[in-house]
Design a protein around this ligand. Sequence first.
Ligand code: PLP
Length: 450
Amino acid sequence: TLLSVNTPTEELRRVDAAHHMHPFTNNSELEDKGARIITRAEGCWLSDSEGNRILDAMAGLWCVNIGYGREELSQAAARQMSDLPYYNTFFQTSHVPAIALSAKLAELAPGDLNHVFFAGSGSEANDTNLRMVRTYWQAKGQPERNVIIGRWNGYHGSTVGAMSLGGMKGMHAQGGIVDGIEHIDQPNWWLEGGDMSPEEFGLERARQLEEKILELGPDKVAAFIAEPVQGAGGVIVAPDSYWPEIQRIVDKYGILLIADEVICGFGRTGNWFATETLGLRPHIMTIAKGLSSGYQPIGGSIVCDEVAEVIGGVEFNHGYTYSGHPVACAVALENLRLLEEEKVIERVRDETAPYLKQKFEALVDHPLVGEAKIVGMMGSIALTPNKETRAVFAAEAGTVGFICRERCFSNNLIMRHVYDRMIISPPLVISKEEIDILIERARQSLDETH
Ligand code: PLP
């Protein structure tokens, strides 16, 4: 039988559990409970197969920056599918959507980040980066400079290369990682700051990069990769002292800085890119998600003049069938046009993000909430049994967060949990009225968490 949105939910759940392997999910749990089946979406609101309206405070997976249901984007896709549904950008061919999108990205990106290598996703783009920075140093006659340093609890994707650059130990344990990748600790003051002030701790964590470079030998290190604000690790906002010190160290040893802007890019922190919010000067930025607001799968690496020139001097044996896919590029271009013409990012920066910050930070008066951190439209709260000692619910880490997420779910609010941090990353078009609903439902869900 043909399944449709009109098929009874129980049947959809049964078939889903029987045949669909869900990412990052213990699939056996779906056999009893079944997945929630999302059928439509508009603005910041999802509808499910049981007729609920759900406020999506995660913008899907941090990606639907422009909000759901924009006809302009489906029309851009339809037009491009009729004109040229596919052609590749390999072997000295090109097409208008890829040309136009790379020029637009060069215009939007800061400094001399003027060149784009397209991929189908953020993970693929980070695999490109891994190979590109090693190829860069080879081409410069320094092939021994091949170690890349990432951070524990960082997330750069799920392909083998991207997963290795990331520091998710549970992922590393399932199959091992690529050689020549090292990790330093994350700047998570709440969890790991001990008696230090946040500023002391930020410096201490940044200096781990210098220690690691000296331990490996400065002539062995190719690059450092990090998310400007760690997303999947729990929206960890580094203390203010952290990034200037990282930038100083990167400059001092002449290693490449890769800013993974997959979540932070395209307005999430109140500027086009978080490197602007934090004053960083990366050589490469990873992009995906908000580039197309998730309407089409697309990612890429925006590369500075010097690295592009060196890579351009060799044949870089790398590329994906869908690098610069014309439909994805056309949709991304239209998405950027909407973000720009409707001044979505300016409104986030000047109006809705300050409003959200005030409401979100006020959640610390809840008995379960230890700290609330937010930059632009990405934030997290730490759940704790003791605010003074910054204790965690250690024995069952993650359980309380899981319960809170379930309460949100039943209150028709999508928030995610990472261990015992609750995180939000709503569509950038969220209104003040919707922010009020978000906070009200979050508070109610916290009240019901015990
Ligand atoms: N980099 C960061 C910072 C991410 O948050 C993600 C996904 O969440 C990725 C890379 C991987 O992107 P994708 O899932 O499109 O492969």
